[in-house]
Write a protein that binds this ligand. Structure first.
Ligand code: NOJ
Length: 519
């Protein structure tokens, strides 16, 4: 029998380094200005939180050298650590200690674009004859002097995905900010330079990559206009060119040539599960691909049922192992989106009860809400500051940070912090821990099949099974009690409000309650 790779059964914890933890030890008041930034050393010092929680791996959002126009997703040196986050030695120490504690480490790989300060782009823009001119997409202006096509950039809706460079008189393409020029993946030397980046980190021992905007790397060589129906939509959420798949097969071979179950998780930001499926190829492209439709699904049983059925139809039916994401650094947190603490607790079951690899965003295990960021303090060009608020580690005024952090605290940090919730067995933090332990101990939950069960309106229930193990997961999306018939002989293993755990299942779900049942 072939060994099941860790990235199928495991749970990945996403860390946004800027907001996770600084070197610690102070009272947070050292600098009134609010400039404190998390560090790699801060992550290392807090690894025991991940071990205690019971996740298998961590994914670090970018910590590379960057002018920070997009807070690190504008990379100016892929092979070095930005001084605000520490040094390469700090990274090596973090990696070694994570491995010692049994945690895998994934890092972000920003492949579609670089910073406009990256030496590759500085060289490229220096003259039309520069050796690296073709590493980026340069085009002459349209006859009216405007951009070469009608593609729109992300973030600022009405902005073209092109910026004119006055020195050389041509436009360059950027699906995101003007500070993030797109690399031309049809140019072999650029591709090889990107492969070298992967080797640099694989040789250092990382367990894999989360590949940023990977669906966008292959471009239509004609750069044809988007059709009128799509003309206002950012190109970054629709770009789906066949050449990307050739690149992914090559990348898969590169990653698989290293021992130890390295993994490539792709951010495929195409908001349609049927369009995500091809990015797994014939099991020869991405190992895992993000599937974002559930993240954008409201608190509604029928809508969620449709998401589960799409995953079954488009992914598991063809042997592609799904992923589940309910929070990340780009979107309001589940507690904020779903609107109540009870729903934030039930959402943990939607994330950890599914067939597929869950990605848990740091702070969602504390039930954090987005911070309210006053306009004068807003810094992100994409309006995503709220979910990037710093993690409160304790109830002290500095919440475990030595310097007041770059963004305001999330609401209620005096109670919603790691230390206080660890002392409180009824907290959402303990609920996450129980669910993670239950998932790990149950082959049905971690690796079994999934099938949606008949349930009354407002309830979603699904069965998980291996030949020797079974579970039922049920979520009541309504604000009243609901009866659910799943047959006799079930016991409540985990319940979102803690009620009834260890006792026979009564057949009744409380408002916004979620359960794991065992036979
Ligand atoms: C997706 C990342 O998650 C987001 O934070 C970033 O702004 C864009 N890609 C561009 O790199």
């Amino acid at each position: 029998m072939t060994e099941v790779p860790w990235w199928r059964s495991g749970v990945v914890y996403q860390i946004y380094p800027r907001s996770f933890a600084d070197d610690g030890g102070g009272d947070g008041a050292a600098l009134a200005g609010g400039v404190g930034v998390g560090t790699l050393e801060g992550v290392r010092r807090r690894l025991d939180h991940l071990v205690w929680l019971g996740v298998d791996a961590l994914w670090l959002s970018p910590f590379y050298r960057s002018p920070m126009a997009d807070f690190g997703y504008d990379v100016s040196d892929h092979c070095d650590v930005d001084p605000v986050f520490g040094t390469l030695d700090d990274f090596d120490r973090l990696l070694a200690e994570a491995h010692d504690k049994g945690l895998r480490v994934l890092i972000d790989w920003v492949a579609n674009h670089t910073s406009d300060h990256h030496p590759w782009f500085v060289d490229s823009r220096s003259s039309r004859d520069s050796p690296r001119r073709r590493w980026y997409h340069w085009r002459n202006p349209a006859p009216d002097g405007g951009p070469p096509n009608n593609w729109r950039a992300a973030f600022a809706r009405d902005q073209p995905a092109w910026t004119l460079d006055p020195t050389t008189g041509q436009y360059y393409l950027h699906l995101f900010l003007p500070e993030q020029p797109d690399v031309d993946w049809s140019q072999r030397p650029a591709v090889e330079a990107m492969h070298d980046v992967l080797r640099f980190w694989l040789d250092r021992g990382v367990d894999g990559f989360r590949a940023d905007a990977i669906h966008a790397i292959g471009k239509d060589p004609d750069l044809a206009d988007d059709p009128p129906a799509r003309a206002g939509t950012p190109r970054s959420s629709t770009n789906d060119h066949p050449s990307t798949h050739d690149h992914l097969r090559e990348l898969r071979r590169l990653v698989d040539s290293y021992p130890g179950q390295r993994v490539m998780v792709g951010e495929v930001y195409l908001l349609d599960t049927a369009k995500v499926a091809p990015y797994y190829g014939d099991r020869d492209e991405l190992h895992l691909a993000f599937n974002f439709p559930p993240l954008y699904t409201p608190w509604d049983a029928a809508a969620w049922r449709a998401r589960l059925e799409e995953v079954e139809r488009h992914l598991t039916a063809v042997g592609a192992w799904p992923t589940w994401v309910l929070g990340n650094h780009d979107n309001p947190r589940p507690r904020t989106r779903y609107g109540s603490p009870a729903r934030a607790r039930a959402a943990a079951f939607l994330l950890l009860g599914q067939q597929g690899t869950p990605f848990l965003y740091a702070g969602d295990e504390l039930g954090l809400e987005d911070a309210v960021v006053p306009p004068g303090q807003a810094v992100d060009p994409g309006g995503r500051d709220g979910c990037r608020a710093p993690l409160p580690w304790d109830a002290s005024p500095g919440h475990g940070w030595q310097t007041r952090p770059w963004l305001p605290w999330p609401p209620g940090a005096a109670a919603r912090n790691v230390e206080v919730q660890r002392r409180e067995p009824a907290s959402i933090l303990h609920l996450y821990r129980r669910l993670l332990a239950t998932r790990r101990a149950s082959p049905a939950l971690s690796l079994g099949t999934s099938s949606v069960l008949d349930a009354p309106d407002g309830v979603l229930a699904w069965a998980r099974a291996t030949p020797d193990d079974r579970r039922v997961v049920a979520v009541n999306f309504t604000d009243g009690p609901r009866e659910l018939d799943v047959g006799p002989g079930w016991t409540v293993e985990v319940s979102s409000d803690g009620d009834g755990e260890g006792r026979p299942w009564t057949g009744r779900l409380a408002a916004d309650q979620a359960l794991v049942l065992h036979p």
